[in-house]
Design a protein around this ligand. Sequence first.
Ligand code: ADP
Length: 270
Amino acid sequence: MPIIIENLHYTYMGGGPFEKNALHDVNIKIDDGSFIGIIGHTGSGKSTLIQHLNGILKPTKGSVVINSIDTKQKNLKELRQQVGIVFQYPEHQLFEETVKKDISFGLLKQGLSQDEIDRRIISAMQSVGLDEDILEKSPFELSGGQKRRVAIAGVVAMKPQILVLDEPTAGLDPRGRDEIFGYITKLHNESNMTIILVSHSMEDIARLTERVIVMNEGTIFMDKPSKEIYAQPEQLEKIGLSAPQITYLMKKLKAVYPGINENIFTVEDA
Ligand code: ADP
């Protein structure tokens, strides 16, 4: 079992007057090659949770073990090669003069040959639909969607076994959003990469992922296969979705899962 999170608690500024318990008794197990969605309101603990996956944050209590590496250990080089995290608005971290340099930035620290680096750059660009002719361009000449994809390519080029994306389509127009989600789905289908997608959009998570983890106030509120989670619409109300939002979502889901049990749509009558 590659990702094992047990009894995870995390407190910001522990002991001080601003102490904040951001995660409380979180338990999650994730198989290789899964496509997982994490949703929850702002402040529910999603970012805090994902920052535990490559050891940026260490558990206050409990443990996070990735492919047998306990994130509490000091040398996290191997872990960082296995877990790639694309943070929100990753294009803000593009700083090199050319797209090529930006994508290769992480690779240069891995001691790879130049041939291997070049291969990885091209393959990562292809996986997010970027044309090679932008390699020598400045990232700042690109459109918003392209910049985002360059930033994602930089993480994908590291060939992580686990790819975590925090709101990868935030701020993009619908076309840019669909493109990114298309490429993420393709990456998942064509490799055995585990993908963890963080979003506040129920609709995107429902459409794309196989399993949904709903966070609420630092705890796991629900953790179920995507199809099942919607069988309990009243639970969705508890995390703040209104009846019309749930009705809308159910309609969308019906389109995605044509065989889904009609009985779950009772909320429409409410
Ligand atoms: P989400 O990603 O779901 O929006 P976060 O993990 O960012 O949630 O936040 C969980 C809780 O921890 C919130 O109450 C937030 O205010 C608090 N928090 C997040 N980051 C910090 C920080 N650096 N210092 C103090 N509190 C924080």
